[in-house]
Write a protein of this length. Structure first.
Length: 277
């Protein structure tokens, strides 16, 4: 059961990403969970996507919203069933679709109807036949138990107030032996209060981030095994807390260089793999 505060955050995130979907043009990509480049392609390269991958997906599906490449992390095989938690406009789903082939299947779940509609439109334009985009809460996904081989997620779990519920859902839908591959934002130390109290910062993938050890402990406590940090790197906070990004922190009062450094020193981009026994 979500608390009142969690429901308020969830509503704000949903409304925020609905706006992103409606404004999703090539010059909008630097909004959230990314760096300070000006186009989605450059952001995606910084997050680990190859030029070939970027060109393979429908252009309007790449909004530059990720913090890693979970498709590469998942090492997908032909014929597998993949679920993307927080699929947005479908970018990672389209890449996964190519990996699993016509004998496989990809399911994208997103809470925002505008994102689901955009993803479906991109799928129709690209002629994808093995992708199913569904609207639903990540804490209660419209997916059967023990159904998928792989769960991926890209800079989304941090947006969910009750992360334990989200990872419990990932565990539920995975087949025994199924794999979890997640790229996300975590903390090395607590964020300053002016960030934690900002709803915009939650939408911008900062205020909802939790401590790295707590994040890993949640995954382990759900029952996942072989939980590994595959890679980690400094998260490019600078653009997120700039006035140009309009995404992360309150613009009043102005962010001082000292405050910016304090935030930058707190945030880490992390890639995690795990297995459901």
């Amino acid at each position: 059961m979500l608390t009142l505060k969690e429901r308020e955050i969830k509503r704000a995130v949903k409304e925020g990403y609905a706006r992103i979907a409606k404004q999703a043009t090539s010059d909008y990509a630097s909004r959230c969970c990314s760096g300070d480049a000006d186009i989605p392609e450059e952001l995606s390269k910084r997050m680990g996507y190859t030029e070939e991958e970027i060109q393979a997906a429908p252009p309007e599906s790449n909004l530059g919203l990720g913090c890693g490449n979970p498709v590469a992390l998942a090492s997908l095989s032909e014929g597998e069933i993949v679920l993307d938690m927080g699929s947005g406009a479908g970018f990672d789903c389209f890449l996964a679709s190519d990996r699993v082939g016509p004998s496989g299947k990809v399911i994208g779940v997103d809470i925002t109807s505008e994102m689901v509609e955009k993803a479906r439109a991109n799928s129709r334009k690209g002629g994808y036949a093995n992708i199913d985009f569904r609207q639903g809460d990540l804490e209660n996904m419209p997916v059967a138990d023990n159904y998928v081989d792989v769960v991926i997620s890209n800079c989304v779990i941090n947006l969910i107030p009750n992360k334990r519920m989200a990872f419990r859902e990932a565990f539920r839908v995975l087949k025994p032996g199924g794999r979890l591959a997640v790229s996300d934002v975590v903390l090395l130390k607590e964020l300053p209060e002016f960030v934690k109290s900002s709803t915009e910062a939650y939408i911008g993938c900062l205020a909802g981030a939790i401590m790295k050890d707590d994040y890993l402990d949640i995954i382990k406590s759900i029952g996942f095994r072989d939980v590994r940090v595959v890679a980690e790197s400094r998260f490019p906070v600078e653009s997120l807390i700039s006035e140009r990004s309009g995404c992360s922190t309150p613009k009043d009062p102005a962010i001082t260089p000292e405050q910016q450094k304090k935030v930058a020193d707190s945030v880490l981009s992390i890639k995690i793999s795990a297995i459901k026994p």
